[in-house]
Design a protein around this ligand. Structure first.
Ligand code: GLC
Length: 422
């Protein structure tokens, strides 16, 4: 890189420019609100040079938390019309408007990093005591509302909830959702080349699901019983699992004997026992599961690798995943392609069907490190560094050419780079 200090300066500038005064937009125009897992990852970037601001990012996100504990996928802090579907389409009638689904719950894991890395310990302790009860409520919401039958595997009701919107893993399940019966104008393709975005056909179904949640009055049990789309996403399950372990450890190290801790511990072992249902020996990979069709979703994506991040793979499974991962990394100039390049669904520049996402690389590298895959961990880090050095801070990158795709000056890409390797 030209010099790390120039790269750090550029990354910090992105966070400053995307700062709306307490929350950071992922990028202006394309995503003008606060997103759930973006906020968590972005806080890691803020933490490296402004700890107060890092805590504030989390506090702003939690302002959108629902009474039932859910932390929404978008908090619409201010009205902006460059985005579709906005708050009226979601139809959530709250003073601070939000969407009605969540996103991969990496939040508690980030809070643990912020707390342990804090140099201002008084501030960190004060913030933690306010935030912990909210995190506990969030995790209990996942385990109760999203797994009402206590199977150990939470469900997700929308591709947007998985954070990997048009991943080929959802293709079959989504194709069975009816298209919406009203017309609309997308805004995303005003900002980004449509060849890098999901297809219209997928959008029609994304919107049908929004209407369905409204029709169910956002009632968790009714949605569980009637949803035409129900997925055990291995990505969410693994990220939740890791975050719950981090949450328990945060409570214990703060000397908090909370009454909810035994229940959270039970949930940890329930997931560990259930996870083998998502292992597919033929592909040597964990897979998500379509609960409506009662079958595994065949696509091998970076979501499936989150099992390493959650430490849900047995040593024998991890050995098999290692072989797959090596081949996957070597198949493209820039790793790690979000869909395995051997897949017939792979597209090098279409969003979650092939491009590289920096924060995902970071999560996977944490996973491979836990399993002592030292060379692979280094390879993921090096390819991530090369990508940024060559192309800057885009939303995602073409895995064959490295070309930046989607939104430019993107918060979580800048934040991940500063925190991880700059
Ligand atoms: C897209 C991504 C999602 C992200 C959001 C904001 O919808 O798929 O993961 O949170 O943009 O960056």
């Amino acid at each position: 890189m030209e010099s790390n200090s120039a790269a750090i300066k550029a990354a910090r500038e992105i966070l400053h420019n995307n700062d709306m005064g307490g929350y950071t937009v992922p990028t202006h125009d394309l995503y003008p609100f606060q997103w759930n897992w973006d906020a968590a990852i972005t806080a890691l970037g803020w933490m490296t040079f402004d700890q107060t601001r890092a805590w504030q990012e989390i506090e702003f996100l939690l302002k959108g938390q629902w009474k039932n504990g859910m932390v929404p996928h978008i908090v619409f802090h201010k009205e902006v019309d460059s985005y579709f579907p906005g708050p009226d389409v979601w139809g959530v009638d709250l003073p601070l408007r939000t969407t009605s689904i969540s996103q991969p719950p990496v939040l508690a894991s980030v809070v643990k990093i912020l707390f342990e890395g804090a140099t201002d310990k008084d501030l960190a302790r004060e913030k933690l005591s306010e935030i912990l009860p909210k995190l506990i409520a969030y995790h209990l919401w996942w385990y109760k509302d999203r797994d009402p039958e206590s199977t150990g595997l939470v469900v997700s009701y929308h591709p947007w909830e998985t954070g990997m919107d048009n991943s080929p893993a959802w293709d079959d399940a989504l194709s069975k959702v009816p298209p919406v019966d009203w017309s609309y104008i997308r805004r995303d393709t005003n900002h980004v080349d449509s060849a890098q975005r999901p297809h219209q056909d997928e959008y029609d179904r994304y919107l049908y699901l929004l209407d369905f949640f409204k029709k169910m009055n956002f009632d968790s049990r009714k949605i569980f019983d009637n949803s035409p789309y129900k997925i055990n996403d291995i990505g969410i399950i693994s990220i939740l699992h890791k975050a719950t372990k981090d949450l328990i450890s945060l409570c214990e190290s703060s000397g908090l004997e909370l009454e909810q801790l035994p229940l959270l511990k039970e949930k940890i072992s329930a997931t560990e026992q259930a996870i083998s249902q998502l292992w597919d020996a033929d592909s040597s990979s964990f897979l998500s599961k379509d609960l409506i069709a009662d079958q595994l979703c065949p696509a091998i994506t970076t979501g499936t690798l989150m099992a390493l991040y959650g430490e849900l793979a047995s040593p024998a499974q991890a050995e098999k995943i290692k072989v797959l991962l090596q081949d996957w990394l070597n198949a493209c100039e820039f790793g790690l392609a979000s869909t395995h390049p051997n897949s017939d669904k792979f597209e090098a520049q279409r969003y979650w069907r092939g491009p590289v996402w920096l924060h995902i690389n970071w999560l996977i590298a944490l996973g491979t490190e836990q399993y002592e895959m030292t060379e692979i961990t280094e390879q993921i880090k090096q390819t991530s560094y090369d990508l940024i050095e060559k192309n800057g801070y885009f939303e995602y990158f073409n895995c064959k050419t490295g070309e930046g795709c989607g939104g430019d000056k993107f918060s979580w890409t800048a934040a991940t780079a500063i925190y991880w390797f700059l």
